[in-house]
Ligand binder design. Structure first.
Ligand SMILES: Cc1ncc(COP(=O)(O)O)c(C=O)c1O
Length: 511
């Protein structure tokens, strides 16, 4: 007797899908049409937002129309507008419209780019796009590489590739537990601007966070390479095994670019892995006016470059490039019977699960591939140049003002500065004790300004610490930001600074 099959066609009909899909596209188009005027930050507490989503697990299915309505009513109003021209938080790109379409298309075919067979076209698009990114920034297009979830994972993959290839015993079978390990593996990055993701990498690799050695930096926040050399000598004498130097290419607080050529030279002489953390800034190498800054990038053994930052691609999209592809393969190659095919025509090219840490992988490359095609390198050049111009404009406004203090020259698109009324600067100059009191107050004041501008909805920016002081910081990483946006935000910061200072300044008599 034939089994009776329950009716389980839960898919939407093509007509229903089309109708809902059109609604979604309309909603996105309306969103983009109003993005410039939307409050950048919802300005509600965590508890308020949590309560919006406080509901029971749905045991029975719900009406798709009602689900989409929740997007409009619950999700959008409680969303931070990373696509706003006045969103300057973290280092978050704004997301391209082409990327939205690409993500929908990629989701439709639901490829698993862990291997070629479940993703033949996607594999080729990823290989091609990685090559394009290398070519754009003047790296060898014959490099290996892949897309990953973020800069942290790209740094992890690059640094592990270095360790696997340079350790004086084969770390693949025994890892760090081998009796052949003669000392502590160490890696190096600049003290002020080195990114915390590198510490995370040491953590995940079980090297220990202390394995990340902090190299002193110059006044312009770039690595002091002579100090690096001294540190390497001392560490080797002590029995450590240095294996990697991480050069910052567009650092997190001030956008500094380390002296890449000099780092490459040291790494070459000493047989160390040179990993360039260009998560934020490596793509700046496409700007002819910035060419000198990137001298030596082509000598890096591996480079992190995040398309979800300064290429404005929708989350998630990070990219790792490795100069010699075989070294990446050597670090990650691992197979199993269920991963192999048996056809005579078996594919012998790149199965991505053997070239990186992930097995199942999404089709991230499509949004990068489509966005690059849409704007071309020339379009990106113009957008990046405007980002640099915006940081320079902000720097000029800060330097011309009585009540702001510049902290560094703008390098790329990240700029940090301080609200510091002139009279307070004068009080600070009177004595070290006064300076400490003023600095503590300015720390609080700058934090309050950043908090208030977030709550105002006009712009989203955050503070960071520069040489131990709390300062304002803008990451101008939106392809929509205009110079007028920068002026508006600068004026608002000044207005807030004045108002808060008037209300909250403690007695700070000049000494
Ligand atoms: C210099 C640098 N490296 C790495 C990262 C980590 O990237 P992600 O947040 O994509 O993991 C960041 C993040 O801002 C960064 O600025």
């Amino acid at each position: 007797m034939a089994d009776e099959e329950p009716a389980l066609d839960l898919d939407l009909s093509p007509e229903a899908f089309r109708r809902l899909g059109h609604q979604v596209v309309d909603s996105i188009a309306d969103y983009y049409g109003t993005i410039r005027d939307r409050p950048v930050f919802p300005g509600r507490t965590g508890a308020q937002i949590a309560s919006v989503f406080d509901e029971m697990l749905p045991l029975e299915g719900q009406d798709p129309e009602a689900i989409l309505k929740e997007w409009e009513e619950k999700v959008l109003p409680n969303t931070t507008q990373l696509g706003s021209p006045r969103y300057f938080g973290f280092v978050n790109g704004s997301g391209t419209m082409m990327g939205v379409l690409a993500d929908a298309l990629a989701a439709a075919v639901n490829q698993n780019v862990g291997a070629w067979k479940p993703a033949p076209a996607a594999t080729e698009i990823e290989r091609r796009t990685v090559r394009w990114i290398a070519e754009m920034i003047g790296y060898t297009p014959d490099c290996g590489g892949l897309f990953l979830s973020g800069g942290t994972m790209a740094n992890l993959t690059g640094i592990l590739t270095g360790l696997r290839n340079l350790a004086d015993y084969d770390t693949t079978p025994e890892g760090l537990q081998s009796p052949r390990r003669k000392g502590r593996f160490t890696l190096y990055m600049s003290d002020h601007e080195g990114h915390s993701s590198v510490v995370r990498v040491a953590d995940i690799l079980n090297l220990g966070r202390d394995a990340v050695r902090r190299v002193p930096s110059h006044a312009d926040f770039t690595m002091d390479v002579e100090a690096l050399e001294r540190m390497l000598d001392e560490d080797v004498k002590r029995g450590d095994i240095p294996f990697c130097v991480v050069g910052q290419v567009g650092s997190i607080n001030v956008g500094a670019v380390d002296p890449l050529e000099a780092i490459a030279e040291v790494c070459q002489e000493r047989g160390l892995w040179f990993h360039a953390d260009g998560a934020c800034g490596a793509v700046g190498a496409i700007l002819p006016q910035k060419r000198d800054l990137f001298q030596g990038l082509d000598r890096a053994d591996s480079i992190t470059l995040d398309p979800h930052k300064w290429l404005f691609i929708n989350y998630e999209a990070a990219c790792l490039l490795v100069r010699e592809p075989e070294r990446l393969h050597r670090a990650f190659s691992l197979t199993a019977p269920y991963l192999r095919g048996t056809l005579a025509t078996e594919y012998t090219g790149q199965d991505y699960h053997e070239w990186g840490p992930q097995m199942s992988r999404g089709f991230k490359a499509l949004k990068v591939w489509m966005s690059l095609k849409h704007w071309g390198v020339e379009g990106y050049r113009r957008l990046l140049a405007r980002g640099v111009q915006a940081a320079e404009r902000l720097d000029r406004r800060v330097r011309e003002a009585e009540d702001f203090q510049a902290l560094h020259a703008p390098v790329l698109f990240i700029y940090a500065f301080r609200y510091a009324p002139r009279d307070l600067q004068e009080v600070a100059e009177a004595s070290p004790r006064q300076r400490r009191a003023v600095d503590r107050y300015l720390d609080r004041l700058n934090q309050r300004i950043a908090d208030e501008i977030q709550l105002s909805g006009l712009a989203f920016l955050m503070t960071t610490a520069v040489r131990g002081r709390t300062v304002l910081r803008l990451s101008i990483c939106s392809h929509r930001t205009t110079l007028e946006d920068i002026d508006r935000v600068f004026e608002k910061l000044r207005e807030l600074g004045r108002a808060i200072d008037k209300d909250e300044r403690p007695p700070l008599a000049a000494g």
